[in-house]
Design a protein around this ligand. Structure first.
Ligand code: SF4
Length: 407
């Protein structure tokens, strides 16, 4: 058994420098690997270029290339991301000849919704198909009490990590999603609820938060995720605040710092175990970045404060990680981190080796964490009837379609 991780000593500045230098090297390696799984370019079969997913600078360059003035960027940005239009003819502040010129050269795309299912609890799951035929799932989880809700977005088709409790992890990584495909999931979900133009200021939003918790490990597709989130946060377009976006990672330590510095969005960490030997098994990435390194990165995370806590995700597996000793060790490990702990009842899937913890055990675990001063909600599973709950995405829908259409 590996030694229990200690949370008591804080690293000296020279050891922190050494960690950061190692991280920089690792980061370069991770980003180079991500490039091997790049998404297709934004050029259509007919040669037109998709404008969704471009930064403002890239959009300006394209406009200048076709002889237009840079100020057009602001106009187009407004129509694409504030008004949500996909048709140049609806851009009433742009003269007809320019509308036509734009339509000949560009498109404003959305991923195609191959299926849309709405659960009895109103959770809605979209299976989006991208231009090369690859697919990923997006889930909208409405708040039951208020007119708002979270959109759970995928970052990759498949996943390289093989967390043993996760059905998605049984599907190999096919490729990363591009910025257009990541932003496109959110825009298409908003199309589905007709939530355009983008609500501003105090006007409530139905699709009010984003959680990067769908298929894939977002920090293994960092560049595309960062570009997409900058587009979504841009105040002249969708304008979603960084406080309303949460990235969930299994603990890709070298990119946690960069995400905090560059995006300042909220962080959720899939912890799931309090001992390295067990976490090595449940979340195999732990063999590379063990618990103590993940928690040190959480302590450094710039966007963490009492108002913006780090969320630790903890899946409750009966007889595996749900003892009272585990709960006590958890609170010892995260002591001093502004944090909350989301307890997730395991959602069984065919072939999985685990069973969900009993309700009594979940409650005992939650009490210990709460009495130590951390919020510890037991998350009610949502969208189970449409296989939209945590860890059930994609492979399950593939399986369902395969059984509907046997070869
Ligand atoms: S939990 Fe997330 S990181 Fe782990 S296998 Fe599933 S999709 Fe991948």
């Amino acid at each position: 058994m590996s030694p229990v991780v200690s949370s008591s000593s804080s690293p000296s500045s020279s050891s922190t420098d050494a960690i950061m230098a190692l991280n920089a090297e690792e980061r370069t390696r991770i980003l180079a690997k991500a490039a091997l799984f790049s998404p297709p370019t934004g050029v259509m079969a007919d040669g037109r270029r998709d404008l969704v997913g471009l930064s403002r600078e890239e959009l300006t360059d394209l406009l200048v290339e076709i002889g237009e003035k840079p100020f057009r960027t602001k106009q187009l940005w407004h129509w694409i991301y504030h008004q949500g239009v996909t048709d140049f003819e609806r851009m009433s502040s742009i003269a007809r000849p320019l509308q036509q010129k734009l339509a000949e050269r560009f498109v404003i795309s959305r991923p195609e919704a191959a299926t849309v299912q709405t659960s009895s609890d109103e959770t809605r799951k979209f299976l989006f198909r991208f231009r090369d035929g690859q697919e990923a799932e997006t889930v909208y989880i409405p708040d039951r009490r208020e007119d708002r809700g979270a959109v759970c977005i995928s970052s990759q088709v498949g996943c390289t990590l093989s967390c043993t409790f996760c059905h998605t992890g049984t599907q190999k990584l096919v490729r990363n999603l591009g910025a257009a495909e990541i932003v496109g999931q959110f825009m298409a979900a908003r199309d589905s609820y007709a939530e355009w133009p983008s609500p501003k200021g105090e006007i409530p939003r139905l699709l009010s938060t984003i959680v990067l918790m769908g298929m894939g490990e977002p920090l293994y597709n960092y560049e595309n995720i960062a570009k997409a989130m900058k587009i979504i946060m841009d105040g002249e377009g969708i304008g979603l605040s960084r406080r309303r976006i949460t990235l969930s990672t299994s603990g890709v330590v070298p990119l946690m710092d960069r995400c905090g510095d560059e995006l300042g969005i909220n962080l959720a960490v899939s912890l799931h175990a309090v001992r390295n030997d067990l976490r090595d098994e449940i979340v195999p990435l732990n063999r590379k970045y063990p618990i103590e390194e993940v928690l040190a990165a959480c302590r450094r995370y710039p966007a963490a404060s009492n108002a913006r806590r780090i969320t630790f995700e903890y899946i409750m597996l009966r007889g595996v990680n749900d003892s009272e000793a585990d709960a006590r060790e958890l609170v010892r490990l995260i002591a001093g981190i502004p944090a909350k702990v989301n307890l997730i009842p395991f959602n069984p899937w065919p072939g999985s080796a685990y069973r969900p913890s009993t309700r009594e055990q979940q409650a005992r675990f939650a009490d210990i964490v709460m009495n130590a001063g951390f919020a510890s909600p037991i998350r009610a599973p949502r969208g189970r009837d449409i296989l939209a709950a945590c860890g059930q995405l994609k492979t399950a829908s593939e399986r369902a379609r395969a059984s509907e259409n046997p070869a």
